[in-house]
Design a protein around this ligand. Structure first.
Ligand SMILES: [Zn+2]
Length: 271
């Protein structure tokens, strides 16, 4: 699973390792994974410098020094690995970006997960999504306004990338728990104080998870001790039948709009 904290961990690692580095070659073993022609890749990617790495919602954007962007999406089971020809990941990579002797392996990519785009095309693709959950422009008033037309449960709306972007099934549960709010609580009854608790919980949970390296299952490189540090720190997610860290009661698994959700019924209320 890759939600905002896992992708932000990649953003920081990629920036640290590759910002300013020259892309010396691109190897593709599954042409469907990279939405660009061989000619475009040779012309617009090979020989270009990776200038800057950005994360927007659930996407990574690699800025090249010719103004083009590589838009990367990491689906279920996909991951990135920095190695060399000898130090390679266990699974086959669909795309390999070469930076001299260093190789960035992109593993588990599906159709069009990597795209070569112009700036305007990036805006067309990402412009429809809501504010990134950690965007500084997302004030409490804008946060409340983003949910204004929603009548669903709060978990479903938190996961809707058109409302705000970056949150999926894992962190929506953790955020609801930190806010003392049931994931199946219905939005129309919320008062301003409820939104304020949720807004604060969202920032706290996402920032803490980033500081722990997210919950990714694969290390980014040999000796990477940061990535995945969040995995054993979840309070409710995937902890059915275990004790609630706050009250000691049992955590239950429920279903919210067809998705599993984890909740402590003693600590989490309808508003
Ligand atoms: Zn509890």
């Amino acid at each position: 699973m890759h939600e905002l904290p896992e992708l932000d961990n990649y953003r920081a690692l990629l920036a640290e390792q590759f910002a300013g580095a020259l892309i010396t070659g691109v190897e593709i073993t599954n042409v469907k994974a990279f939405q660009a022609s061989e000619e475009e890749i040779q012309r617009d990617v090979v020989g270009k410098v990776l200038w800057f790495v950005e994360r927007r919602g659930l996407h990574l954007l690699l800025h090249l020094d010719n103004g083009k962007r590589l838009l990367l999406r990491l689906g279920q089971g996909a991951y990135l690995y920095k190695g060399s020809e000898e130090d390679r990941p266990d699974r086959a990579a669909q795309v390999k970006l070469h930076f001299g002797e260093i190789v960035l392996y992109c593993v588990g990519l599906k159709s069009d997960d990597l795209q070569l785009l112009k700036v305007l095309e990036v805006e067309e693709k990402l412009g429809r999504f809501g504010y990134d959950a950690l965007d500084k422009r997302l004030t409490i008033d804008r946060f409340i306004a983003a949910f204004a037309k929603k009548r669903s449960s709060i978990k479903t709306a938190l996961m809707d990338q058109n409302v705000i972007s970056g949150i999926g099934t894992v962190y929506s549960d953790e955020i609801c728990y930190a806010a003392g709010l049931r994931p199946d609580a219905k939005i129309p009854v919320f008062e301003r104080a409820t939104w304020e608790r949720l807004y604060e919980a969202m920032h706290k949970i996402l920032k803490e998870a980033i500081s722990h390296g997210g919950a990714g299952e694969q290390p980014f490189a040999a000796g990477d001790a940061l990535t995945g540090g969040q995995r054993n720190l979840f309070q409710v997610y995937d902890r059915e039948g275990q004790a609630c860290p706050q009250c000691g009661g049992l955590i239950e698994k429920i279903e919210v709009s067809g998705r599993k959700a984890f909740v402590c019924s003693d600590c989490q209320k309808d508003q």
